[in-house]
Design a protein around this ligand. Structure first.
Ligand code: HEC
Ligand code: HEC
Length: 216
């Protein structure tokens, strides 16, 4: 893939960009075929499937930059380039946080998923790998609602409220769950909180008005 006469400096710049993009070490793709016991890596060897995947990725990136984006550049010359990091953002696996949490939930239950959230936050908060804002927990809760697990969705949304006490979205979301469950009292309480935090929240104001009318 790379030119045979590439300088060491160029080669290592590319390899460093790979480790940075994926948040992994050299041996995520390299390995030693000859002697598993020696510590030395044989970089030219093809013994690690991730190296083969990386080649496919290099081909894909080249194709996007040189073909597809060129077509876009014909329309707007300011169109830039993609790199490994554009998609990978510091992780070999590029699932969104809500998907990682949902997978953990399906496999091991709610406590594990919420613990995972804490662990990932510890590890990645402040980086660009995962989005830890309120809407991620709400998306996770939405998936759980689709499974019909309303009680778990309420727990997840309560977690969002606890972590983001200023989030009108979290209170509205909770209000919505209670409203759909026919619990108008708690629905009103949460929509009132949402409106209190953001008086211009039209959606929450409107629902609140309707809920209060139906109470009369
Ligand atoms: C994401 C996978 C990946 C990571 C991580 C990675 N490499 Fe590579 N590396 C490759 C691939 C793929 C090639 C072969 C490219 C080609 O086919 O031209 C390669 C080639 C090389 C080569 C040239 C080998 C030869 O054929 O002579 C060296 C040296 C090398 N890598 C060193 C490193 C070092 C040092 C690191 C860590 C800083 C590293 N690589 C991290 C995928 C990776
Ligand atoms: C357009 C988006 C995109 C770009 C750009 C991209 N990748 Fe990927 N890459 C993916 C997706 C999607 C996967 C599958 C991830 C998964 O299923 O967890 C993946 C998986 C991988 C894997 C396998 C990880 C595993 O263990 O499953 C490697 C290695 C990898 N990419 C290396 C690279 C390298 C090196 C580059 C830059 C040359 C690159 N990728 C650029 C989207 C991209």
């Amino acid at each position: 893939m790379l030119p045979k006469d590439i300088s060491d400096k160029e080669l290592y710049k590319i390899m460093d960009s790979f480790t940075y993009a994926l948040g992994e070490h050299c041996n995520y793709c390299h390995g030693n075929p000859k002697d598993e016991n020696t510590k030395r890596t044989d970089f030219a060897a093809d013994v690690n499937p991730n190296k083969d995947i990386a080649r496919v990725m290099m081909k894909m990136v080249g194709n996007i930059n040189n073909n597809l984006l060129n077509d876009a550049r014909a329309i707007n010359s300011h169109i830039g380039k993609i790199e490994c990091v554009t998609c990978h953002r510091g992780s070999a696996h590029i699932d969104k946080l809500e998907d990682v949490l949902y997978e953990s939930y399906k496999k091991d239950g709610l406590d594990s998923a919420l613990k995972k959230y804490g662990d990932l936050k510890q590890q990645y908060y402040g980086s660009f790998t995962f989005d830890f804002r309120d809407h991620t927990l709400l998306s996770f809760a939405s998936k759980v609602i689709e499974d019909g697990k309303t009680d778990d969705a309420i727990k997840i949304t309560n977690k969002a409220v606890e972590l983001f006490p200023e989030s009108t979205s979290a209170y509205s979301f909770l209000g919505n769950i209670y409203m759909k469950g026919g619990n108008n009292e708690l629905a009103i309480k949460n929509f009132e909180k949402a409106v209190q935090l953001d008086p211009r929240n039209r959606f929450a104001n409107e629902i609140l008005r309707r809920l209060k009318n139906s109470e009369k």
